[in-house]
Design a protein around this ligand. Structure first.
Ligand code: TK8
Length: 350
């Protein structure tokens, strides 16, 4: 192999190793410990097994939440309910896992709401850009009447919706260029979730969006099928996107929740006491997962920087340029989503 290529390859390997070791070497993120189990043992008939599968990896905040859920349910059922956890789409990506719940081959999953908009159009409101100014506003909406009504409405089509958790604020990464304004997106191939509003967002910004399952994303980035993607810092880190993405921009352009779903077939077999236990555990899981997600968010961003990812923190003026360019997305979708729901959520941030 030609000497220059040799030196380039060795320096590349060196850099990557350096980056990873820096990531590993830099102070491990302070993850809030899994809390103690609250509440008494629930007496009920029968023994049950819950397979709970998610699409994100084992080192993300979501999986920590599942570990807490497992602890609560196994302890408070005195072992009569056993929970088995699966991550990294081992039992299917978001859409496949949902269909496995409907067919009864899987008991629980917690997908992002965005890929489910085809089944539950009301979820599209979460995909509107810059709708939730803070995580606290998101909590107020999700833990309030709006969130409860959405869970009730989504308890159909063979599913029971029992809680919310946090995927988080999405950030843009890519392998081609630093992005400080929509102009820098011209022609960039961006992977989006399988969701028409996200496609609309990135087309409106001037990029070339492609809808794709999360399970295929790392390989698509590695092979250059797409140049970039957008996800919260924790998912960017936990999915090792730093290995295939050099640049990131802190856009915070959409807040994505996770929704906790149970197979209706399984739910109907559970005695009432255990249904309430699973519902309580899902609530506690969601609260803890949010805490982990918010504690880690900035720490992970700093870690990615130290590991060599070139992160652009947009100024408020630069964010405004994105917001103005995306205003038409609200006009495009207001009728379909319902102006009332959008206004109610906007009111929640006042
Ligand atoms: C994981 C996905 C992921 C989502 C995406 O299954 O697809 O980019 O952000 O978290 O739900």
């Amino acid at each position: 192999m030609h000497t220059t290529t040799m030196t380039r390859v060795t320096s590349l390997i060196g850099a990557t190793l350096l980056g990873l070791t820096t990531l590993q070497a830099s102070a491990a993120p302070e993850i809030p410990p899994i809390p103690a189990v609250q509440g008494d043992v629930v007496q009920a008939e029968g023994d049950f097994k819950i397979k709970f599968s998610i699409g994100t990896t084992q080192s993300g905040a979501q999986y920590r939440g599942l570990e807490y859920f497992e602890k609560i349910v196994e302890q408070r059922s005195d072992g009569h309910i056993q929970v088995e956890l699966f991550h990294s789409a081992q039992l299917g990506d978001d859409l496949q896992a949902v269909s496995n719940l409907q067919s009864g081959t899987l008991e629980m999953t917690a997908p992002s709401t965005s890929p489910l908009v085809g089944m539950f159009p009301e979820f599209a409101v979460f995909d509107l850009p810059f709708l939730f100014p803070t995580p606290e506003v998101a909590d107020k909406v999700l833990d309030g009447e709006i969130g409860q009504k959405m869970l009730d409405d989504a308890s159909r089509q063979g599913l029971v919706a029992i809680g919310w958790a946090e995927n988080g604020y999405r950030q843009l990464t890519n392998s081609a260029t630093p992005v400080t304004s929509p102009d820098d997106l011209d022609g960039l191939k961006i992977r989006t979730m399988q969701n028409d509003i996200h496609l609309d967002i990135w087309r409106t910004l001037g990029a070339n969006p492609t809808p794709m399952s999360f399970a295929e994303l790392f390989t698509a980035l590695e092979q250059g099928v797409v140049d970039g993607q957008e996800n919260p810092w924790i998912t960017i880190e936990a999915s090792k996107f730093i290995e295939v993405q050099d640049y990131a921009s802190e856009t915070n352009h959409v807040y994505t929740p996770f929704i906790t779903l149970v197979s209706e077939r399984f739910w109907n077999r559970l005695p009432a006491g255990y249904q309430q236990l699973v519902r309580d555990a899902a609530k506690q899981m969601g609260d803890y997962e949010r805490e982990v997600s918010r504690t880690l968010n900035d720490q992970i961003k700093q870690q990615l920087k130290q590991a060599g990812m070139q992160i652009t923190e947009l100024t408020p003026e630069q964010v405004e340029v994105f917001q103005e360019k995306l205003a038409p997305v609200y006009d495009d979708w207001r009728d379909e989503i319902g102006g009332e729901l959008i206004d109610a959520i906007r009111k929640a941030s006042q």
